[in-house]
Design a protein around this ligand. Structure first.
Ligand code: T5A
Length: 208
Protein backbone atom coordinates (compact mmCIF):
# COMPACT_ATOMS: atom_id res chain seq x y z
CA UNK A 1 0.00 0.00 0.00
CA UNK A 2 1.44 3.38 -0.94
CA UNK A 3 1.21 6.46 1.25
CA UNK A 4 -0.26 9.85 0.44
CA UNK A 5 1.36 13.22 -0.18
CA UNK A 6 -0.20 16.20 1.63
CA UNK A 7 1.21 19.67 1.00
CA UNK A 8 0.84 22.91 2.95
CA UNK A 9 1.14 26.10 0.91
CA UNK A 10 0.86 29.83 1.51
CA UNK A 11 2.64 33.15 1.65
CA UNK A 12 5.39 33.87 4.18
CA UNK A 13 3.96 34.06 7.68
CA UNK A 14 0.74 32.28 6.65
CA UNK A 15 1.27 29.78 9.48
CA UNK A 16 2.54 26.75 7.58
CA UNK A 17 4.56 25.45 10.52
CA UNK A 18 1.52 25.46 12.79
CA UNK A 19 -0.59 23.84 10.05
CA UNK A 20 1.97 21.07 9.48
CA UNK A 21 1.87 20.21 13.18
CA UNK A 22 -1.94 20.19 13.10
CA UNK A 23 -2.00 17.89 10.05
CA UNK A 24 0.44 15.47 11.70
CA UNK A 25 -1.64 15.45 14.89
CA UNK A 26 -4.85 14.67 12.98
CA UNK A 27 -3.20 11.90 10.96
CA UNK A 28 -1.87 10.29 14.14
CA UNK A 29 -5.38 10.42 15.61
CA UNK A 30 -6.46 8.43 12.55
CA UNK A 31 -3.70 5.87 13.25
CA UNK A 32 -1.56 7.15 10.38
CA UNK A 33 1.74 7.56 12.17
CA UNK A 34 4.46 6.61 9.70
CA UNK A 35 5.09 10.17 8.57
CA UNK A 36 7.82 11.83 6.52
CA UNK A 37 8.21 15.61 6.66
CA UNK A 38 9.70 17.55 3.74
CA UNK A 39 10.30 21.17 2.89
CA UNK A 40 10.86 22.92 -0.43
CA UNK A 41 13.20 24.04 -1.59
CA UNK A 42 15.29 21.61 0.43
CA UNK A 43 15.05 18.24 2.09
CA UNK A 44 18.22 16.55 0.72
CA UNK A 45 21.82 17.77 1.04
CA UNK A 46 21.91 19.04 -2.56
CA UNK A 47 18.43 20.55 -2.33
CA UNK A 48 19.35 22.27 0.96
CA UNK A 49 22.45 23.80 -0.68
CA UNK A 50 20.22 25.09 -3.48
CA UNK A 51 17.75 26.42 -0.87
CA UNK A 52 20.50 28.40 0.77
CA UNK A 53 21.49 29.99 -2.55
CA UNK A 54 17.86 30.69 -3.51
CA UNK A 55 17.07 32.31 -0.16
CA UNK A 56 20.33 34.17 0.42
CA UNK A 57 22.08 34.52 -2.95
CA UNK A 58 25.84 34.03 -3.23
CA UNK A 59 28.55 36.70 -3.25
CA UNK A 60 27.97 39.46 -5.79
CA UNK A 61 26.42 37.18 -8.42
CA UNK A 62 22.77 38.29 -8.84
CA UNK A 63 20.55 35.23 -9.24
CA UNK A 64 18.46 35.62 -12.39
CA UNK A 65 14.77 34.71 -12.34
CA UNK A 66 15.27 31.88 -14.83
CA UNK A 67 18.22 30.46 -12.88
CA UNK A 68 16.09 30.62 -9.71
CA UNK A 69 13.35 28.64 -11.46
CA UNK A 70 15.80 26.00 -12.69
CA UNK A 71 17.34 25.67 -9.22
CA UNK A 72 13.88 25.20 -7.70
CA UNK A 73 13.12 22.36 -10.10
CA UNK A 74 16.58 20.82 -9.54
CA UNK A 75 15.95 20.87 -5.78
CA UNK A 76 12.43 19.50 -6.26
CA UNK A 77 13.41 16.50 -8.36
CA UNK A 78 16.23 15.61 -5.95
CA UNK A 79 13.66 15.57 -3.17
CA UNK A 80 11.00 13.69 -5.13
CA UNK A 81 13.30 10.97 -6.45
CA UNK A 82 15.45 10.51 -3.35
CA UNK A 83 12.93 11.08 -0.54
CA UNK A 84 9.26 11.51 -1.45
CA UNK A 85 8.74 8.64 -3.91
CA UNK A 86 10.70 6.10 -1.83
CA UNK A 87 8.74 7.17 1.27
CA UNK A 88 5.38 6.84 -0.49
CA UNK A 89 6.40 3.46 -1.89
CA UNK A 90 7.27 2.32 1.63
CA UNK A 91 3.74 3.26 2.74
CA UNK A 92 4.68 6.47 4.57
CA UNK A 93 2.53 9.58 4.42
CA UNK A 94 4.50 12.61 3.34
CA UNK A 95 3.70 16.08 4.71
CA UNK A 96 5.30 18.74 2.54
CA UNK A 97 6.08 22.33 3.48
CA UNK A 98 5.51 23.76 -0.04
CA UNK A 99 5.73 21.98 -3.41
CA UNK A 100 5.18 22.85 -7.06
CA UNK A 101 2.23 25.17 -6.40
CA UNK A 102 4.77 27.57 -4.83
CA UNK A 103 6.61 27.74 -8.16
CA UNK A 104 3.39 28.39 -10.05
CA UNK A 105 2.52 31.20 -7.60
CA UNK A 106 5.95 32.80 -6.95
CA UNK A 107 7.78 32.32 -10.23
CA UNK A 108 4.64 32.33 -12.42
CA UNK A 109 2.53 34.92 -10.58
CA UNK A 110 5.15 36.89 -8.64
CA UNK A 111 8.09 36.91 -11.04
CA UNK A 112 5.80 36.74 -14.11
CA UNK A 113 8.09 34.27 -15.87
CA UNK A 114 6.90 32.93 -19.21
CA UNK A 115 4.11 30.42 -18.52
CA UNK A 116 5.05 28.10 -21.40
CA UNK A 117 8.60 27.88 -20.04
CA UNK A 118 7.33 26.97 -16.56
CA UNK A 119 4.76 24.47 -17.85
CA UNK A 120 7.30 22.76 -20.11
CA UNK A 121 9.78 22.44 -17.25
CA UNK A 122 7.09 21.17 -14.91
CA UNK A 123 5.94 18.52 -17.38
CA UNK A 124 9.49 17.40 -18.14
CA UNK A 125 10.63 17.31 -14.52
CA UNK A 126 7.52 16.15 -12.64
CA UNK A 127 5.50 14.29 -15.25
CA UNK A 128 2.16 13.48 -13.67
CA UNK A 129 3.48 13.45 -10.08
CA UNK A 130 1.37 15.68 -7.83
CA UNK A 131 0.16 15.91 -4.21
CA UNK A 132 -2.97 14.01 -3.19
CA UNK A 133 -4.12 17.01 -1.18
CA UNK A 134 -2.93 20.60 -0.83
CA UNK A 135 -4.00 22.93 1.97
CA UNK A 136 -3.48 26.51 0.85
CA UNK A 137 -3.35 28.96 3.78
CA UNK A 138 -4.73 32.18 2.36
CA UNK A 139 -3.57 35.44 3.92
CA UNK A 140 -3.22 39.07 2.84
CA UNK A 141 0.50 39.73 2.21
CA UNK A 142 0.48 42.70 4.62
CA UNK A 143 -0.44 40.40 7.52
CA UNK A 144 1.82 37.50 6.51
CA UNK A 145 4.85 39.75 6.00
CA UNK A 146 4.21 41.47 9.33
CA UNK A 147 4.34 38.05 11.04
CA UNK A 148 7.47 37.09 9.09
CA UNK A 149 9.16 40.42 9.90
CA UNK A 150 8.49 39.96 13.60
CA UNK A 151 10.85 36.96 13.42
CA UNK A 152 13.81 39.03 12.17
CA UNK A 153 15.88 39.49 9.01
CA UNK A 154 14.07 38.97 5.69
CA UNK A 155 15.58 36.78 2.95
CA UNK A 156 15.91 37.54 -0.82
CA UNK A 157 12.33 36.60 -1.65
CA UNK A 158 10.77 38.09 1.49
CA UNK A 159 12.30 41.44 0.48
CA UNK A 160 10.13 41.62 -2.68
CA UNK A 161 7.54 44.40 -3.04
CA UNK A 162 3.93 44.19 -1.89
CA UNK A 163 2.60 43.98 -5.51
CA UNK A 164 4.85 40.91 -5.97
CA UNK A 165 3.15 39.15 -3.05
CA UNK A 166 -0.29 40.31 -4.22
CA UNK A 167 0.37 38.62 -7.57
CA UNK A 168 1.59 35.49 -5.76
CA UNK A 169 -1.59 35.36 -3.68
CA UNK A 170 -3.82 35.93 -6.73
CA UNK A 171 -2.11 33.09 -8.62
CA UNK A 172 -2.58 30.76 -5.63
CA UNK A 173 -6.29 31.62 -5.51
CA UNK A 174 -6.75 31.25 -9.28
CA UNK A 175 -5.05 27.85 -9.31
CA UNK A 176 -6.96 26.65 -6.24
CA UNK A 177 -10.24 27.38 -8.05
CA UNK A 178 -9.20 25.15 -10.95
CA UNK A 179 -8.08 22.12 -8.90
CA UNK A 180 -10.33 20.25 -6.49
CA UNK A 181 -7.33 18.76 -4.66
CA UNK A 182 -6.41 22.26 -3.41
CA UNK A 183 -8.39 23.45 -0.35
CA UNK A 184 -8.38 27.08 0.74
CA UNK A 185 -8.00 27.84 4.45
CA UNK A 186 -8.61 31.34 5.85
CA UNK A 187 -5.27 31.89 7.57
CA UNK A 188 -6.05 35.41 8.85
CA UNK A 189 -8.04 33.90 11.71
CA UNK A 190 -6.68 32.91 15.14
CA UNK A 191 -4.39 29.86 15.36
CA UNK A 192 -7.29 27.95 17.02
CA UNK A 193 -9.69 28.75 14.18
CA UNK A 194 -7.14 27.89 11.51
CA UNK A 195 -6.52 24.56 13.24
CA UNK A 196 -10.29 23.88 13.35
CA UNK A 197 -10.61 24.53 9.61
CA UNK A 198 -7.74 22.13 8.91
CA UNK A 199 -9.32 19.51 11.19
CA UNK A 200 -12.67 19.74 9.36
CA UNK A 201 -11.20 19.56 5.87
CA UNK A 202 -8.72 16.80 6.62
CA UNK A 203 -11.17 14.64 8.58
CA UNK A 204 -13.70 14.87 5.73
CA UNK A 205 -10.99 14.01 3.18
CA UNK A 206 -9.70 11.07 5.23
CA UNK A 207 -13.14 9.56 5.67
CA UNK A 208 -14.12 10.08 2.02
N1 T5A B 1 9.70 29.65 -2.96
C1 T5A B 1 9.58 28.36 -2.56
C2 T5A B 1 9.54 30.02 -4.30
O1 T5A B 1 9.68 31.20 -4.65
N2 T5A B 1 9.22 29.06 -5.20
C3 T5A B 1 9.11 27.74 -4.87
O2 T5A B 1 8.86 26.89 -5.74
C4 T5A B 1 9.30 27.37 -3.49
C5 T5A B 1 9.17 25.95 -3.08
C6 T5A B 1 10.87 29.48 1.07
C7 T5A B 1 10.90 30.67 0.16
O3 T5A B 1 11.07 30.22 -1.15
C8 T5A B 1 10.02 30.68 -1.96
C9 T5A B 1 8.90 31.01 -1.03
C10 T5A B 1 9.62 31.45 0.21
O4 T5A B 1 9.91 32.83 0.08
P1 T5A B 1 10.36 29.13 3.56
O5 T5A B 1 11.18 29.52 4.74
O6 T5A B 1 10.16 27.71 3.30
O7 T5A B 1 10.99 29.90 2.33
O8 T5A B 1 8.93 29.72 3.57
P2 T5A B 1 8.34 30.92 4.34
O9 T5A B 1 7.00 31.13 3.79
O10 T5A B 1 9.29 32.07 4.28
O11 T5A B 1 8.24 30.35 5.80
P3 T5A B 1 7.68 31.11 6.99
O12 T5A B 1 8.29 30.41 8.15
O13 T5A B 1 7.83 32.58 6.88
O14 T5A B 1 6.15 30.91 6.88
P4 T5A B 1 5.21 30.02 7.72
O15 T5A B 1 5.86 28.69 8.00
O16 T5A B 1 3.92 30.01 7.02
O17 T5A B 1 5.08 30.83 9.03
P5 T5A B 1 5.04 30.27 10.51
O18 T5A B 1 4.14 29.13 10.66
O19 T5A B 1 6.44 30.14 10.99
O20 T5A B 1 4.36 31.51 11.21
C11 T5A B 1 5.00 32.77 11.21
C12 T5A B 1 4.68 33.48 12.55
O21 T5A B 1 3.30 33.78 12.59
C13 T5A B 1 2.70 33.21 13.76
C14 T5A B 1 3.62 32.09 14.19
O22 T5A B 1 3.52 31.85 15.54
C15 T5A B 1 4.98 32.63 13.77
O23 T5A B 1 5.49 33.47 14.76
N3 T5A B 1 1.36 32.74 13.38
C16 T5A B 1 0.23 33.35 13.70
N4 T5A B 1 -0.02 34.48 14.39
C17 T5A B 1 -1.32 34.84 14.51
N5 T5A B 1 -2.37 34.12 13.99
C18 T5A B 1 -2.17 32.99 13.30
N6 T5A B 1 -3.20 32.31 12.77
C19 T5A B 1 -0.81 32.57 13.12
N7 T5A B 1 -0.25 31.51 12.48
C20 T5A B 1 1.08 31.63 12.65
Amino acid sequence: MTGKFIVIEGLEGAGKTTAINAVAHILIQHSIDDLQFTREPGGTPIAEALRNMIKNGLDNDPLTDKAELLMLYAARIQLIDNVIKPALKAGKWVIGDRHDLSTQAYQGGGRQLDQTFITTLKEQVLGDFKPDLTLYLDIAPEIGLMRAKARGKLDRIEQQSLPFFERVRQRYLDLAKQDNTIMIIDAAQSIDNVTKQIEQILTKWLTK
